[in-house]
Design a protein. Sequence first.
Length: 266
Amino acid sequence: MSFFKPKSFLDLILHWVLIGIIGTGFVGGFFYLYLPNVTEHGETVTVPNVMERNYQELEAELGARSLRYEIELDSGFSADLPPLAVIKQFPEAGTKVKSNRKIYITLNASNPPKVKMPHLIDGSLTNAQIVLNSYDLKMGEIKYEPDLAENAVLRQEYKGSPVEAGTLIAKGSTIDLVVGDGYGKRTFELENYVGRPLDEVELAIKGSSLKVGFVKPRDRNDSLNYVVIRQRPLEDTQVRVGQEIDLWVELAPEPEEDAPATEDIF
């Protein structure tokens, strides 16, 4: 054809330039227009947040964004979520991914695993909270009982009954605690101090969370030589923690000396 036949060297150059432009346009159109439309190359979607959703909601939530999902065989556990709720997703929410990308899902176990009940007795209430959290157990009701050890755990209970350390219970279970109120018994019957050494009685009074009131006579020299002959309140009287106990004392009688042995004169 005479139209494409070059008449000079300049025409030849122009022909090659024209061919290059046409070829570049064809290649660019193929890779940047045709292929993206066919393969959806370059199209991305944002991964939604499906954490805490029930697995039955995943199809609608992810399918609406042209995403697929796969549930991991190994489930996890969270006491704060219902069974079969999503506790982990990968990629995470907000990630930009290609359309049709698979999202990997971990569900909360339908049957919570078992753990051994920890030993909380004699420890503090604060320590009990830390230990229960580490075992994925929940602290339930806190009941106070008279005891001088304030906030010390006296008993640990599960479903209303005492539970021993080492007992297998489900993760997420609620543990009730009985703790000391720091006062001991608020009222109790006073014991009998009459006839006992003064130093022994004073220790007994303080050990019962009571106070020693006045002691007569006051001008005694050595409490080790005195015995209690009277007390107020009297024995078996109901007293309260911190109440004062008054005492009357007298010198203890001197121990009798053994009579000298007599010689057999016969």
